[in-house]
Design a protein around this ligand. Structure first.
Ligand code: DOR
Length: 425
């Protein structure tokens, strides 16, 4: 493995900013300081005008393997992630079959070993994600699984969720809830509001999310277990979590990039690329989610990267599967609404801690630490071209958008996997 010198940038981690080169050898940061010499044979990565940061960590990526490899694979998602500045991603368990046993989880972990970034796995909370009986959480935890979720659906049965929280507490793992009351959401394909009335598309009320957030907060209070709220999208949800944190409950929350910059008005052209779950909400909700980022109510921006094949999206809006791509655009989208320091907290060290990956991801950029880094040019502008994404799918809502902030290099376990915005693996 060649040594790597990241030269001429500004290091930015949870400890602040400083001008420094970063020398990497044998997968570890060996030195951080100004004017470092490149050892003979080292790869030199130019970081002039750039920020050298701990790699990003995505808590919420749908890799589609096993089962839907025509839409994405561990390999293609990891490549997209590396291009997006990620050094680790958490694979969601709603594959076919789902990751509800050590066997399937091990298969994805094994595929991840050959991927461009580190692939961690979230286990299902219930067998088959069917919401009826608990998955073998201890067996999955023994494999190193630290996050459990039935994402795609929420655990509807409150008694089962209570039991899952009790087990999670005992195992020292975190549950992550997709908050959606199925009965309240039934039949809905977009946010319930003036746009759904105008378009004649059945709506999902904000209450479908908020009812489950409120129930789960009561269950956290009852059990003392940690809970992470996935992709919060409504003003009411953000306020519930804000109050729960003030009360001292052990909860964390995430928002998806699309809920920061898109509203239900985007559905006006009936383009199924804008169908996502939870749905794009109203302007007041988007403002509230942004306010939640600003005041620390929301801890994480996670992609909810959800690839779908063109033929499945090329149908009437309400028949299309929900989901949007996110890995290659998340950083620049987040930078359009928050400063870089805050974005890195939301996308690197805070998610690394929640995922149980903080021993090797999320920084600090310091001697002796595993070398998982991304080099970001905050001023570079670029245009999203759906046709050129590394993902196997094309369902980005940002096609043609001009974004500011680009990942220049990504180094995973000491190996450059993206150099000058080109993937090497
Ligand atoms: O839009 C979504 N797509 N939301 C989810 O919760 C699941 C995801 C998917 O897997 O396609």
């Amino acid at each position: 493995m060649a040594d790597v010198l990241v030269r001429g940038g500004e290091v930015l981690d949870a400890g602040g900013r400083r001008r420094a080169d970063v020398l990497v050898a044998d997968a570890v940061v060996r030195a951080v300081g100004e004017g470092l010499e490149a050892p003979a044979g080292a790869t030199v990565l130019d970081a002039g005008g750039c920020v050298v940061a701990p790699g990003l960590v995505d808590l919420h990526a749908h890799l589609r393997q096993p089962g839907r490899e025509e839409t994405e694979t561990v390999e293609t998602a990891a490549r997209a992630a590396a291009l997006g500045g990620y050094t680790a991603i958490v694979a969601m368990p709603n594959t076919e079959p789902p990751l509800d046993s050590a066997g399937t989880a091990r298969e994805v972990l094994e595929l991840g070993r050959h991927a461009a970034v580190e692939v961690a796995v979230a286990g299902a909370i219930t067998v088959g994600r069917a919401g009826e009986r608990l998955a073998p959480m201890a067996e999955l935890a023994a494999l190193g699984v630290r996050l459990f979720t039935d994402d795609g659906t929420g655990v509807q049965d409150g008694a089962l969720m209570r039991r899952a929280l009790d087990y999670a507490r005992g195992l020292g793992v975190t549950l992550a809830q997709h908050c959606e009351d199925e009965r309240l959401a039934a039949g809905g394909a977009m946010h319930e509001g003036s746009w759904s009335s105008r378009l004649g598309i059945p709506g999902v009320p904000a209450a479908a999310e908020e009812a489950m957030v409120a129930r789960d907060l009561a269950l956290v209070r009852l059990t003392g277990a940690r809970l992470h709220f996935l992709h919060l999208s409504t003003a009411g949800s953000v306020e519930l979590v804000r109050r729960a944190k003030a009360e001292g409950l052990p909860v964390t929350a995430e928002a998806a990039p699309h809920h920061l910059v898109l509203t239900d008005a985007a559905v006006g052209g009936f383009d199924p690329v804008f169908r996502v779950n939870p749905p794009l909400r109203g302007e007041a909700d988007v403002a509230a989610v942004r306010a939640g980022l600003a005041d620390g109510t929301i801890d994480v921006v996670a992609t909810d990267h959800a690839p779908h094949a063109p033929e499945t999206k090329d149908v009437p809006f309400a028949e299309a599967p929900p989901g949007m791509l996110g890995l290659e655009t998340a950083l620049a989208v987040a930078l359009s609404v928050a400063p870089l320091e805050q974005v890195l907290a939301l996308m690197s060290w805070q998610p690394a801690a929640i995922a149980g990956l903080a021993d090797r991801h999320g920084g600090p950029v310091a001697e002796g630490r595993p070398a998982n880094l991304c080099v970001i040019d905050p001023a570079a502008t670029w245009q999203v071209d759906a046709g050129r994404l590394a993902s196997r799918s094309r369902n980005t809502p940002y096609d043609g958008w001009k974004l500011t902030g680009r990942v220049r290099h990504t180094v995973v376990a000491g190996v450059p996997v993206v150099v000058d915005a080109e993937a090497l693996r």
